[in-house]
Ligand binder design. Structure first.
Ligand SMILES: [Zn+2]
Length: 307
């Protein structure tokens, strides 16, 4: 059973990289919102689906590509409660830190890429805890804490269909490319936790995995099992980890480390995907962001072991 409609937010003008999911039952829920810069696409899709009322806006975590328009949508749909991890909740009420932390990654392109973030009144938030079930009437969503990509993150298992909305816990996997690409932004990325979250998702035995980037996980031309998707996501995390580690031993300047990682990733993709698809993959997560997430993680590990 198909639990939800996939809404393509056309983030940054690209089709098929960032989704939101519309679940309709006795109650209506939107899982993920996309950034404020693409809210028109989401509103258009909600109108096309005759959605007049949203009961829930549920975000896996508060990064701008997942929750950037939560405040704007909540104002538009006054019945909606916004469900978010407790560590993320205060940053939707006062998004200033979220904005400044993203500015360290995106610099002067913030407005163009994300178009701001509207604050959310505190009384519109429902803080979600691990293992909690959000009851939509005939559909139920089990919150599964899955840290690593961020220090606050839930995946959601829709119990009647077995579909799991995995947010960024499995990184990125574009449906017509079918290659796992890690999403490891600083400052919170934690490799060990990310691997544990993937194992947790696999152990729960969902029927299908739906990624925010993007949609039902599959590989072109061949059905892919949940186990394979999880294993490939873990392998990709470990491969990138070894490339960043090598880069760190070979170069001092972080920009040179990024260059070395770019080389290794492109080498790895060569012959497996077209140049155009390499470009699409690269539009989802930048090398500098992923590399600095790993470097920050390794720095923290080293600091902890030497203290
Ligand atoms: Zn994301």
């Amino acid at each position: 059973m198909n639990p939800a409609a996939v809404i393509d937010t056309h983030m940054h003008g690209h089709a098929g990289i960032t989704g939101a999911f519309l679940l309709r039952g006795e109650q209506t829920a939107l899982v993920e919102t996309g950034p404020k810069s693409s809210i028109d696409k989401v509103l258009e899709a909600l109108r096309a689906n005759d959605v007049e009322r949203l009961d829930w806006i549920i975000v896996t975590h508060i990064h701008l590509d997942h929750a950037g328009s939560a405040g704007t949508l909540a104002a538009r749909y006054p019945e909606a409660t916004v469900a978010v991890h407790e560590v993320g909740a205060p940053h939707l009420v006062d998004p200033s830190k979220l904005w400044s932390s993203a500015t360290r990654i995106y610099g002067d392109r913030m407005q163009e890429l994300w178009a701001g973030i509207d604050p959310l009144p505190k009384d519109r938030i429902h803080v979600v805890r691990d293992g909690e079930v959000i009851d939509l009437g005939d559909r139920k969503l089990l919150a599964v804490e899955t840290l690593g990509h961020a220090g606050h993150h839930h995946a959601y298992l829709e119990e009647s269909s077995g579909v799991m909305f995995t947010g960024d816990a499995l990184g990125i996997r574009l449906p017509n490319i079918g290659i796992a690409r890690p999403a490891t932004p600083p400052p919170e990325f934690n490799l060990e936790m990310a691997l544990a979250s993937i194992a947790r998702i696999k152990d729960l035995g969902p029927e299908a995995l739906w990624l925010t980037h993007f949609g039902p996980a599959d590989r072109p031309g061949s059905p892919t099992t949940v186990e394979q998707v999880c294993e490939e996501a873990a392998e990709a995390l470990l491969k990138w980890a070894s490339w960043v580690k090598d880069g760190r031993t070979q170069a001092r300047d972080p920009r040179d480390v990024v260059e070395l990682v770019v080389e290794r990733v492109r080498e790895d993709l060569e012959g497996r995907v077209s140049d155009q698809d390499v470009e699409r993959l690269e539009s989802t997560t930048s090398y500098s962001m992923n590399t600095s997430g790993y470097m920050r993680y390794f720095d923290k590990l080293e600091a902890a072991s030497s203290s």
